[in-house]
Write a protein of this length. Structure first.
Length: 522
């Protein structure tokens, strides 16, 4: 897993390096600029005829001046533009700007919007732009000269390499602060930043490349980026004598008239995700339709009377390790809300179960066993009593609030799905495809999570549960990538069917990496 840092965490690393380790800050800037230059040469070796380096008045601009100097050492004469008043340039950035000029490299200064002709001239005919306007420190919306400079770079129609962050992207959330550069490549320094791995920041960042700068980074950050390389360590191999009983039995409380497909998809997700047995427990009036659709799944209809349904459901959990509640279940009565709290086994709460909760997240603190909430942004907004826009503006904050108010694990679905725990830990899934944006894939995910929970049972250890949920989320995303033939047109059952192949792919990556390390010369 890869740590994702906030703005304040980045500042703390810099302070520790300079104040405690006594590393010269100039050396850190030099390492950043040299590493970024290597990325320029590696990615854009055929685009060096007319490079334009645009720097701001802060330390991100200092990184840009180091890049311009190193490019000069490689025979590349970049055009350099400082956006902002030169009197505001200070510290290491001022030193590197002076060194650049001492080498005879002209740096045009644009102090206000009336002088933007210099930027137009520098961008005219450019083959590559190096963006060093703003880095992690930006926390306000861009306007005036700065916004104009970003807009002009973005409309130049050539590749852009951004330093640390695309200018205009919030380091902590990935939000666009008024206007933002859309980079082809972003070289981020020392550690990955949260805003690079949530949309819209992720889309603006392009290819993100980490550039070490010679400072240690604590790997125990609250937020971690996870991908297919992490799965093998999260999903233990099964014993050779494993059978359907040891693999775990999942019960799925889902399905009502007109919504039987959701129940079947959740069941398929659980089976393909590794459960040994799966029982569907739909509303009584939907059982016949569900039985006509299933082969490997079992069914046990809930009694039609609500007074009988709750005790029947609780009894049905006997011998089961995990449950799913909600897909296509309906929420017109009190049953889903009662089950959400009362089910005596670990349970994934999805779809109608989340709707039935309303804003009563705190009621889940009294749950009889661990719960995993799997809201999409609209459901998250309802649970929090806010808007979808507010959720999407800061998905980290929304996921964490959901987890802490409910004291349960939360999977905030969407591009770069976030898994949040009540203790503040968060994991961001780096995998996925737009093709997963189709009805039914969330039902498959709910089943896949339940299957992993069944494997983690009977423990209620928070670490094991978080790992189980993380594994399911990543495997579901990878399965979608395997099954998708384009960026659309994917069917939900195809995602379920690809789950075993996704696990095989993840395991093979680990085996290949291990073999490569053993054959590498020492």
């Amino acid at each position: 897993m890869t740590p994702l840092l906030t703005r304040e965490a980045v500042r703390a690393i810099d302070r520790h390096a300079v104040e405690t380790l006594k590393l010269p800050s100039l050396a850190l800037m030099e390492n950043a600029g040299a590493g970024a230059t290597a990325s320029v040469l590696a990615h854009f070796g055929d685009r060096l005829a007319r490079v334009c380096v645009v720097g701001g008045t802060g330390q991100n601009g200092g990184d840009a001046w180091v890049v311009a100097r190193h490019l000069r050492m490689h025979g590349v004469h970049a055009r350099c533009v400082l956006v902002g008043e030169e009197a505001r340039v200070s510290g290491d950035a001022s030193v590197n700007l002076a060194v650049l000029r001492a080498l005879g490299v002209p740096v045009a200064c644009i102090a206000d919007q009336t002088a933007t002709r210099a930027l137009e001239e520098a961008l005219d005919g450019a083959t590559l732009i190096v963006d060093g306007l703003f880095g992690t420190g930006l926390s306000r919306a861009l306007s005036g000269l700065e916004a104009d400079a970003v807009s002009r770079m973005s409309s130049a129609g050539v590749p852009i390499l951004s330093l640390d962050l695309p200018s205009g992207i919030d380091c902590d959330t990935g939000a666009v602060l008024g206007v933002a550069v859309r980079a082809t490549v972003t070289t981020t320094f020392a550690a990955h930043k949260r805003g690079l791995h949530q949309h819209p920041g992720a889309a603006h960042a392009g290819v993100v490349e980490l550039v070490p700068i010679g400072v240690p980074v604590d790997g125990s950050a609250a937020a971690q980026l996870v991908d297919r390389r992490d799965v093998d360590a999260l999903v233990p191999l099964r014993a050779n004598d494993a059978h359907k009983g040891t693999a775990g039995h999942v019960v799925v409380f889902a399905g009502s008239p007109g919504h039987t497909g959701a129940a079947v998809l959740a069941g398929l997700g659980a089976l393909r995700g590794g459960a040994g047995l799966v029982t569907l427990a739909p509303r009584a009036e939907a059982r016949a339709a569900i039985d006509a659709k299933i082969l490997e799944l079992m069914s046990a209809a809930l009694p039609a009377k609500a007074a009988d349904a709750l005790p029947f459901a609780l009894g049905l959990c006997e011998g089961k390790r995990a449950a799913v509640l909600g897909p296509g279940f309906g929420h017109a009565d009190t049953l889903p809300r009662a089950l959400a709290v009362s089910l005596p086994i670990a349970c994934v709460l999805d779809a109608d179960a989340l709707t039935a909760l309303g804003t009563a997240l705190s009621s889940l603190r009294e749950s009889a066993a661990p719960r995993v909430l799997t809201p999409h942004p609209g459901e998250a907004a309802r649970l929090l009593g806010t808007s979808v826009a507010a959720v999407q503006t800061d998905r980290f904050a929304a996921a964490l609030r959901l987890a802490q108010e409910s004291q349960q694990l939360v999977v905030l679905k969407g591009a770069r799905t976030i898994i949040a725990a009540p203790d503040g830990r968060m994991r961001v899934c780096a995998e996925g495809t737009p093709a997963l944006g189709v009805g039914g894939t969330g039902d498959v995910l709910a089943g896949a999570i339940a299957a992993q929970l069944a494997s983690a049972a009977p423990t209620q250890d928070p670490n094991a549960l978080l790992d189980a949920v993380t594994a399911a989320v990543v495997l579901h995303a990878v399965a979608g990538m395997i099954a998708a033939r384009a960026d659309r047109g994917l069917l939900a059952h195809e995602v379920a069917d690809a789950l075993p192949a996704a696990l095989t792919l993840c395991r093979e990556l680990t085996t290949s990496a291990s073999a490569a390390s053993q054959t590498r010369p020492r």
